[in-house]
Design a protein around this ligand. Structure first.
Ligand code: ADP
Ligand code: MG
Length: 683
């Protein structure tokens, strides 16, 4: 017999059911291709959760670590057990929802997928929960942190919002991992996704940095605008060439859509087309739309030059076909061709119009603004920023410069000090960013506008810090001391870590200064400490924090206890140094030295208080010559008046984001021109 062994027969391989975990891993790979695609899903979740700040930390191009922290709604503790199961989502419950959904993710697959190909952990806190919870996931399920422990989410400390940490991405899919060995390319892709979302969400602050690095590679402010975001992220030169259109169609009952496009004109020439397409706020790709837009530019731009185009399209969610691609990246939608054509036509017309009429633009704008609208005389604003004030007709001299030679011997009128822009220092401490954001949040729009556009009328009372300003047809009495205090606080935050130094020559002794102030204080019964003890304590506190004070605030105290320099907040403005002892003394008890955010805030508040113009509140217990005005005092108060008008008010105009709290007592409307007009008409 000649029977061949069975094993050598060529036959079909048996069909085996794939292991569940393998299926999941393959499915995950369709959604999460690389770190940037994981990040995109997580970003969308954070934005869905209403986050206004999003911080991303990356190690090894996201393969080792990809962490995203948001301040969004957080996830309820009770939802944590099923969070990473497939098809769990808070965004949809029936099939018809699928077609209506306008939030970004909608199939509940992202976190599940990630948990199959990486170590996933979540720390989250809702506004109403008293603490945060930490949960770890693997293969879609909760797992314990260590063997033998419970997998239940553990309570822990944390801020409102969610932090999602992905470690060792693709650790169990070695082929994919080896395909992604170039970590700097992966990092570049991560930055690219973030840049695009930052442009689409200018109100949200984004930050991205490599783990261990102190400086971020991308950082955007909150409450910005699209135009500003584009300028920040694609370079300032793009701005002058940036055009903008809005195209939409609103037919009753019919499918309606709207779009907004920011795009460059003929003068802008990039090497490669930059095309950002958002449909219903999701970053997507559409080769067809991209090609149509590129066609508009061929023939307009020289060969080899390419445009920048950001297109945000809002369409009825029902008309988007989401099932085209598992990542919902390449999309198709109803009436795609017509919509594309309309947008492209409008874009082309705008480019053509702008390149022909550039010369006339100026005239056009002028005539548009001085339109035919009649302004009644009692509504006319009778003064403007460009008007001269009385004393501007005399040579203006900064009194603090008198005696330094130049002013008196110089017959020409001195020009006003040209104020240099005070740039916000780069600072990535969460505490400082939080404080800076608080200013933006607390800003009262109208009050800020009044201060920004006001005309200075005059100082009413130097000692009580009262001045008059006019805005539009109204006259306001303001407490410039209170305004200045807020201004100096905000400028202090602006300069954080980057103050110029105001050198003290010769440097006075810290101990002596503090002693002067403590001696002048009335010690209340609350403390059992003697005055020398108090001086000791304060000096010790400040001395032991010398390096921090110097680094962040340029307040230099030498090893042997001499105050060498103070932070300079505003050029050409020197604080009243009589208040220095009080300032240094107050730093002891008034500053909260234990918590970072509060420490910076209270220090800057004290610094602002020190900087406020005006004499020290006279204290009868201080045996000075204050009661009698010496020549020096008079010169001092002249210098102060000068500083208030020429340095302080202009700085308020530029930098003060006035909080509402100032409105109640420190800014009062005293007259309105239309009302005064009525009075005079009758005369
Ligand atoms: P999907 O976004 O498609 O619903 P995901 O797997 O991405 O699915 O997320 C599952 C669910 O987890 C979401 O529906 C949402 O309720 C919750 N979630 C995920 N990330 C966040 C976050 N950063 N903040 C609040 N909730 C979140
Ligand atoms: Mg999602």
């Amino acid at each position: 017999m000649n029977i061949e062994p069975e094993s050598e027969l060529p036959g079909p391989a048996p069909i085996r059911r794939l292991q569940e975990s393998l299926i999941n891993r393959i499915a995950a790979g369709e959604i999460i291709h690389r770190p940037a695609s994981a990040l995109k899903e997580l970003l969308e979740n954070s934005l869905d959760a209403g986050a206004t700040t999003i911080r991303v930390t990356v190690k090894d191009g996201g393969l080792k670590l990809l962490q995203i922290q948001d301040n969004g709604s957080g996830i309820r503790q009770s939802d944590l057990p099923i969070l990473a199961e497939r098809f769990t989502t808070s965004k949809l419950s029936t099939f018809s929802d699928l077609t209506k959904l306008t939030t970004y993710g909608f199939r509940g697959e992202a976190l599940a997928s990630i948990s199959h190909v990486a170590h996933l952990s979540v720390v989250t806190k809702t506004r109403t929960s008293t603490c945060a919870y930490k949960a770890l996931y693997s293969d879609g399920k909760l797992v314990p942190a260590q063997r033998g422990q419970s997998e239940e989410p553990k309570p822990c400390a944390g801020n409102d919002g969610t932090t999602i940490t992905i470690e060792n991405l693709f650790f169990n899919t070695p082929t994919r991992l080896s395909a992604l060995r170039n970590t700097s390319e992966e990092y570049a892709r991560i930055l690219d996704v973030l840049t695009k979302y930052a442009i689409h969400n200018p109100k949200v602050s984004f930050m991205c940095k490599k783990a261990g690095s102190s400086s971020p590679d991308l950082s955007t402010p909150s409450a910005s605008t699209t135009r500003h975001a584009i300028k920040m992220l694609y370079g300032p030169s793009i701005e002058k060439d940036l055009l903008q259109i809005a195209v939409n169609e609103d037919m009753k009952g019919e499918i309606s859509w709207s779009s907004e496009v920011y795009f460059t004109n003929v003068n802008y020439q990039a090497k490669k087309t930059v095309f950002l397409l958002f449909i219903n706020s999701r970053l997507v790709e559409s080769t067809r739309i991209k090609r149509a837009i590129e066609n508009v530019y061929t023939g307009i731009l020289p060969k080899g030059a390419s445009p920048f185009v950001y297109l945000s399209l809002k369409i009825d969610p029902q008309s988007v076909d989401v099932n085209v691609h598992p990542t919902k990246k390449e999309v198709h939608f109803l009436n795609e061709e017509e919509i594309t054509t309309q947008i492209c036509d409008t874009l082309q017309a705008k480019i053509a119009e702008k390149s022909q009429s550039r010369v006339f633009e100026y005239q056009e704008e002028v005539s548009a603004s001085s339109g035919p609208k009649k302004v009644y005389s009692h509504h006319k604003v009778r003064t403007s920023l460009h008007d001269r004030t009385l004393d501007s007709m005399f040579p203006v001299v900064n009194p603090s410069q008198i005696g330094k030679g130049s002013a008196e011997s110089n017959p020409q009128p001195q020009s006003l000090p040209r104020s240099r822009e005070v740039k916000e220092s780069e600072c990535f401490l969460t505490s400082v960013t939080t404080l800076r954001n608080q200013i933006v949040k607390g800003k009262h729009k109208l009050l800020t506008e009044i201060l920004e556009k006001h005309t200075f009328v005059g100082i009413v009372d130097v000692d009580r810090c009262l001045s008059l300003i006019q805005y539009s047809t109204k006259l306001y009495l303001v407490n410039h001391g209170a305004l200045a205090e807020e201004l100096f606080y905000q400028l202090g935050l602006r300069h954080f870590g980057d103050f110029s130094r105001l050198k003290l020559e010769p440097p006075p002794s810290l101990r002596e200064l503090v002693k002067i102030a403590v001696d002048a204080e009335e010690i209340s019964g609350e403390t059992s400490l003697s005055k020398p003890d108090i001086v000791d304590r304060i000096v010790n506190i400040l001395h032991s924090r010398r390096s921090m004070l110097s680094e962040y605030f340029s307040l230099n105290i030498s090893e042997d206890g001499l105050v060498q320099s103070l932070p300079l907040i505003l050029r050409d403005y020197t604080p009243n140094l009589d208040k220095l002892p009080l300032f240094l003394m107050r730093l002891g008890p008034q500053v909260n030295w234990t918590s970072e955010t509060e420490c910076f805030e209270s220090f800057l508040r004290e610094l602002a208080y020190f900087y406020v113009p005006g004499p020290m509140i006279s204290d009868p217990s201080i045996p000075t010559t204050m009661s009698k005005e010496t020549d020096e005092d008079i010169a001092g108060s002249k210098a102060e008046i000068w500083q208030v008008q020429h340095i302080l008010f202009p700085a308020m105009r530029r930098y003060l984001a006035a909080p509402k709290s100032l409105l109640d007592v420190d800014v009062v409307q005293v007259a309105s021109l239309p009302d005064l007009y009525k009075v005079f008409e009758r005369c």
